[in-house]
Every structure is written in structure tokens, then in C-alpha cells.
Design a protein around this ligand. Structure first.
Ligand SMILES: Cc1cc2nc3c(=O)[nH]c(=O)nc-3n(C[C@H](O)[C@H](O)[C@H](O)COP(=O)(O)O)c2cc1C
Length: 206
């Protein structure tokens, strides 16, 4: 009788150990799943107003792409805003942007963002003189994105990505920079499917 009782106690103990092990593995799985469900962030700059290729636009080309990304993935947005270029005609803006680039100026921008909760960060902007506008470099200087995954994108009128990916690599040597995308500014309004195709190719986990 004693040995039967001992056997039953042992069996109960083994069963409880097995259940606990299963719970632990379930918890690990859950926390892994919630890690991959983190939201992405889109950091972008876009200039509304006089635009050589598409006339006077109320919403900038890059902003339209950022909005597609949010619509299709649920990513949050941080828009790099400066009023330095408000109301400027295309030609004077080109001259000013060129001078800013030559001088390595870092124009200030408005607002701030806590990037800590985001593992994946899209960075997008127009190509100005072959790379992102200088005000985006102000953001790069201010925000450490080491260890993050950065997905660059641009809108442009012929330069594609220009040197944006290389410049990001230089700004963020300790980030993973991957999955870049560019689209002509004058095509963004009819380009949602191209953006969707790109996003699908990234296999985002959220
Ligand atoms: C100051 C300035 C410089 C530009 N330089 C380039 C360039 O070097 N290469 C290019 O392909 N397009 C260039 N463009 C065109 C813009 O990249 C394009 O219109 C872009 O879609 C604008 O995006 P946004 O409306 O979001 O600002 C330039 C436009 C401006 C205003």
C-alpha cells in the first residue's frame, strides 16, 4: 500500500513539473510574440508648396508615402518640421538648400520623439542635391538610433536614393540599414500599390 501511495505522489509531482515547463515555454513564446508586434516609427521630412514637377502641392510627396506606410502597417509618424522654407518658390529654395549643404548647416526642427519603444524606424525624405535635406541631418545628429533597424526611403525626380543610404550608414554605423525604397515624386499619388509591394517585400512582423 505504501509503495502505491509513493508511486501516486511521484506521478503527481512529475505531472506538475511537466505542466510548469509547458507554462514557461508558453510564456516565453508570448513574450517573443509581443516583441515582434512592436510598432514601427516613420521619421520623415516633406516640403509642401511650390514643386517643380507637380506644381503647388498642399501635401508633400514624401508625406503621401509616409501616410501610405501608416495606413498599410499602422506605423506611428514623427514629421521633422521646420518653417524655414515656408512659402518659398522652387528656385530660391533650391539655391538655399544648396548653400545649406555646402555649409553643412543643421537647421533646427520642431518637437521631439521618444524613439526607445521602436525597433524598426523608416526614415524618409525628398532628395535635395543628391541626399536628404540638411534638416534631416539635424535629426540624425540629435537622435541615437544604434541597434535599431532603419528602412530608408526617398521621393525624388531622377536621383533615386542618391547618397541617402550611405549617409545614413555614416550617421548610424551601429544600426542595421536595410530594405531601402525610392519613388518619383510625381508618381506618388498613383503609387500606393508600389509602396504596398515594397512593404510586403520587407516581411515586417507586425
Ligand atoms: C531644393 C530641392 C532640391 C532637389 N534636388 C533634387 C535632386 O538632387 N535630385 C532629385 O532627383 N530631385 C531633387 N529634387 C526634387 C525632389 O526630390 C522631389 O520633388 C521630391 O518628391 C519632393 O518631395 P517632398 O514633396 O516630400 O518635399 C529637389 C527638390 C528641391 C525642392
Amino acid at each position: 500500500m505504501k509503495s502505491i501511495k509513493l508511486f501516486i505522489s511521484l506521478a503527481a509531482l512529475l505531472l506538475s513539473v511537466a505542466c510548469n515547463a509547458q507554462n514557461t515555454s508558453q510564456e516565453t513564446q508570448n513574450s517573443a510574440t509581443s516583441t515582434t508586434k512592436q510598432k514601427s516609427l516613420i521619421v520623415f521630412f516633406s516640403h509642401a508648396g511650390d514643386n517643380y514637377a507637380v506644381g503647388n502641392i498642399p501635401v508633400g510627396n514624401t508625406k503621401i508615402v509616409a501616410d501610405y506606410i501608416t495606413e498599410l502597417t499602422g506605423a506611428d509618424q514623427f514629421e521633422i518640421v521646420t518653417h524655414k522654407y515656408d512659402g518659398m518658390a522652387y528656385k530660391p529654395l533650391c539655391d538655399l538648400a544648396r548653400q545649406e549643404k555646402i555649409n553643412g548647416e543643421l537647421p533646427p526642427f520642431e518637437g521631439s520623439i521618444d524613439v526607445a519603444p521602436y525597433q524598426t524606424i523608416f526614415i524618409g525624405g525628398p532628395v535635395w542635391w543628391g541626399t536628404y535635406p540638411q534638416v534631416m541631418f539635424s535629426f540624425f545628429k540629435q537622435y541615437d538610433l544604434s541597434g535599431k533597424t532603419i528602412i530608408p526611403f526617398t521621393t525624388h525626380e531622377g536621383s533615386g536614393l542618391g547618397s541617402c543610404v550611405d549617409d545614413l550608414r555614416q550617421a548610424y554605423p551601429n544600426a542595421t540599414i536595410t530594405g531601402e525604397f525610392s519613388i518619383y515624386g510625381h508618381e506618388v499619388r498613383t503609387g500606393k500599390s508600389a509602396v504596398e509591394k515594397w512593404l510586403n517585400s520587407l516581411k515586417l512582423t507586425e
